[in-house]
Design a protein around this ligand. Sequence first.
Ligand code: URP
Ligand code: ZN
Ligand code: ZN
Length: 470
Amino acid sequence: MSVLIKGGRVVTAADDYVGDIFVEDERISLIGESLDVQADRVIDASGKYVLPGLVDPHTHLDMPFGGTVTIDDVESGQTSAAFGGTTCHVDFIIQPPGQTFAAALEEWRSKANGKQVIDMGYHMAVTDLKDGGTLEELATLPDQGITSYKLFMAYKGALMVDDETLFRTMQVAAETGALVMVHAENGDAIDVLVKEALGAGHTEPKYHALTRPPETEGEATNRAIQLAHVAGSPLYVVHVSCRESVEPIERARDAGWNVHGETCTQYFFVDYSFLERPDFEGAKWVYTPPPRPKENQDVLWNAVRTDTLSVISTDHCAFLWDGQKTMGRDDFSKIPNGGPGLENRLHMIHEFGVRAGRITLNRMVELLCTNPAKLFGLYPRKGTIAVGSDADIVVFDPARKYTISASTHHSKSDYNLFEGTQVTGTPEVVLLRGIVLVENDELVAEPGIGQFVRRAKFGAELKPERASVA
Ligand code: URP
Ligand code: ZN
Ligand code: ZN
């Protein structure tokens, strides 16, 4: 099957030109002006942007968490992603305590089998190095294409690890070429604050934020940075939400340390006041770190402009408001933490980043596609438009108006974090390895088309010939 995408404005992290793209056998085989080639399918992209498929390095599909399971499984989550122009994501395997990493991987692969709509890889979240997986087993994962280890420094009594586990994992990463990812919050201090709040009879959603002050994020971010520096491992701080966490990352990067940071779409738009909405509606925005005071939003825009933060992900961790979030009606600490976001990252960042003049189109592509691909061992197979790359392509209509709503989104969640937001610009056609996934507002490919991608080690390229699929 060959496809010719004609006359679009091709935008990558570095380039911006009008041209044609010819796709054969799942890859981009030719780029040029007015290409004179025969194709099975021609897509007229004049007046449209032609972007690389987005890469989301932070999602939680079909994940047991907070006394329930996230509502989007691989099929619904990836369908939602596809409609938003995301063609590859990296999901978190959570090592169940007492289980080996191999067993955890097997369990997650079986949850995805036959349901995949887009391509995907996995991070391994380490929860237990005593009774389950060992450091030796952890060291084998990068050779299986799982080239990032995740550690939670919060969620005491559930996913949180101690500093010894964190540091030992960093030491393994330094040896194996894996990237260490941290959820950076001081889980011990937060646990004390949560108990105090509940003891004082404070049960509403806003106490989720009031018991997780920004300093607890800043402290843990700095701790992880210092420990990774001692261990000699690269570090990636997920879902940075506030100045207290941006500043230590900036200092480390200025000093040339191997430290990287991401924020997520919602932190630019949702602030603390959302948690105060009446009738338990605030629970929709209970995710961690919590929505912060509004002044942090400018700090984050500045950080993504200056490359203190290099990635915008979604942290898609969807629940129903009615039936899952409501588990915490009488106790904010029982509200499952997380929100849906996979479908609207491009809508929101294009509208309020590019159209509002905060970032350039090239920088948007870098933040949503190229940098996540580079940091997570997917580049140049993913994250760019170049000869030899996978033909993961979004034909984006920059003039079409679109209203974000749970009534039209493809997540199974019954609410949308950005409900009612009107944007100008939306994906029109989305291709995965040259196969049309989304067109005319419909999913036209069958689940099962997506593949597991064995990612390259940190800093290495994923060459098309090296890419293997299992
Ligand atoms: O609230 C969130 N972010 N839920 C997902 C788990 C995590 O901490 O990333
Ligand atoms: Zn987290
Ligand atoms: Zn997360």
